[in-house]
Write a protein that binds this ligand. Structure first.
Ligand SMILES: *Cc1c(COP(=O)(O)O)cnc(C)c1O
Length: 470
């Protein structure tokens, strides 16, 4: 370090001590963040109309002179913190949204300070190795084949995109077509098959890959949204079958065993969208729901959902490493050539990206197998408690509550919508609306590490209060 002491003091000559002001700024940010998190369980979950209206101040044009950093941070905190939805808190049950484990949040800050461009092993060996370790642990946790390759991406949408790009490569390579070099113009047709209840982002990924959102063969599903094996069409030629682990409404899983067996017999590639359902593999009591999915060829999941790490964090897994690399790797003269080590950018659409694996590794390390299982099982138990409490008062539960999702109807469409509006305005908790196979329902999704049983009771009371008042 001594060698560089001159350079460090030169900085200081330019003005006030940059180290001291950086430290003060980071300390200030930490204090503000801690205060935010400490109060999040005490405030209404949705932001107030006044807080949202105050955001108009952000419309001011760019000032000629920059504002002092600490003042700017204070402005952010005063203006934006009250206008946030309390997604990090224990009683937000919309979408399928985790919070951030404190350890994952802290690791995110440290990694941001490292500011590593995580494209190449030889340039950033620390984080590249850490990500590799996290991926190996996940492959084992999900019981995927040992040599499965994987990449860290922004979320399940891009994880689906990435894995399906590998699928597109492989099914066309088998018929002698190089899609990376020659594109899809003039290529042999690919048949894509997906269930009627596939997530809309899966269809978007297929669209981005040139496989079309509308030309997908859709397979009928049962009352839980599971693909019906008896409805699987005949498979011929290059084919990708897209299955699902965890329906976004019901939490249901496709019957992987018979579907994958049929598809593989007929030469199709099988992809599984397991944005949150893949995590069922990580615990003995839920594993049976996901049984058989390990026989597929690729998988997508999110870490920012049930692992409770900060956004944006998704994962794409592909059994045949070569297919993923063929779809994602680039070479250019100025870029370091691949050596023996794994280059992260050979497995992702991005070249430059933050080392999002740091938080994943940290979450895994601090929870351990037991902690992960406990978190998942707790959320599922809480889902069952919601369902029991609501059905005891006569409200209809529309799904089998086998995972962390609950669909409840408070009567007809209009009445259910009024109850949900009342509940959202009440502020105790936040749930969204969905239409499940023609029936309007309130959706409760529980995947936050910080949701305690007392939060569930408080929220259940608020739901029953809202329902009684309509
Ligand atoms: C959430 C979800 C997605 C999309 O994930 P993002 O992380 O929002 O991109 C895809 N499929 C399923 C089943 C999901 O639940």
């Amino acid at each position: 370090m001594d060698r560089f002491s001159k350079a460090s003091t030169a900085d200081a000559d330019d003005g006030p001590d940059v180290h001291a002001s950086t430290r003060a700024l980071l300390h200030d940010a930490a204090q503000r963040a801690a205060s935010y998190l400490e109060s999040i369980g005490q405030r209404p979950v949705a932001p107030s109309a006044a807080a949202v209206a105050a955001l108009l101040r952000l419309d001011a044009p760019l000032p000629a002179q920059g504002m002092d950093a600490q003042q700017t941070l204070a402005m952010l905190d005063q203006l934006v913190s009250p206008a946030t939805m309390a997604m990090a808190g224990p009683r937000f049950f919309g979408f399928v949204i985790g919070g951030s484990l404190p350890a994952a949040l802290a690791a995110n800050w440290l990694a941001a300070a490292w500011d590593q461009n995580c494209g190449y092993y030889s340039i950033t060996p620390g984080v590249a190795r850490l990500e590799q370790s996290a991926l190996r642990r996940l492959v084992a946790l999900f019981e995927l084949p040992e040599h499965t390759a994987a990449g860290f991406v922004t979320g399940a949408t891009v994880a689906n995109f990435t894995a399906l790009a590998a699928a597109r490569h492989a099914v066309l390579a088998r018929v002698g077509w190089n899609v990376e070099a020659d594109g899809l113009f003039g290529a042999p047709q690919i048949t894509v098959i997906a269930g009627e209840e596939a997530h809309p982002t899966l269809l978007k990924s297929l669209g981005m890959l040139g496989l079309g959102r509308s030309r997908i063969v859709r397979v009928p599903v049962d009352g839980q949204g599971r693909m019906r094996p008896d409805e699987l069409p005949p498979i011929k030629g290059p084919t990708i079958l897209c299955l699902q682990a965890g329906n976004v409404n019901t939490g249901a899983f496709d019957p992987f065993g018979p579907l994958i067996e049929r598809a593989h017999r007929d030469g199709a590639w099988v992809h599984v969208d397991g944005a949150f359902g893949l995590w069922a593999k990580a615990t003995a009591s839920l594993r049976h729901l996901a049984a058989g999915l390990e026989a597929a060829d690729s998988w997508a999941t999110d870490a920012h959902k049930w692992l409770n790490v900060p956004y944006d964090s998704g994962l794409a897994f592909v059994r045949e490493a070569q297919a993923l690399q063929a779809a994602m790797a680039i070479t250019a003269e100025y870029l370091p050539q691949s050596g023996a080590e794994r280059n992260p950018s050979d497995f992702t659409p991005e070249l430059s990206r933050r080392a999002r694996g740091v938080e994943v590794w940290t979450a895994l390390q601090t929870l351990g197998r037991v902690g992960i299982a406990e978190m998942l099982e707790r959320n599922c138990r809480q889902a069952r408690r919601f369902a029991a409490g609501l059905s005891a008062k006569g409200y209809a539960i529309l799904n089998d509550v086998a995972l962390n999702q609950v669909l409840v109807s408070f009567g007809d469409d209009a009445r259910t919508r009024r109850v949900v509006a009342r509940l959202q305005a009440d502020g105790t908790c936040w749930c969204g609306i969905t239409v499940w196979q023609g029936h309007t329902a309130m959706r409760i999704s529980i995947c936050n590490w910080s949701t305690g049983d007392a939060d569930v009771e408080l929220s259940l009371e608020a739901m029953l209060r809202a329902a009684a008042s309509v």
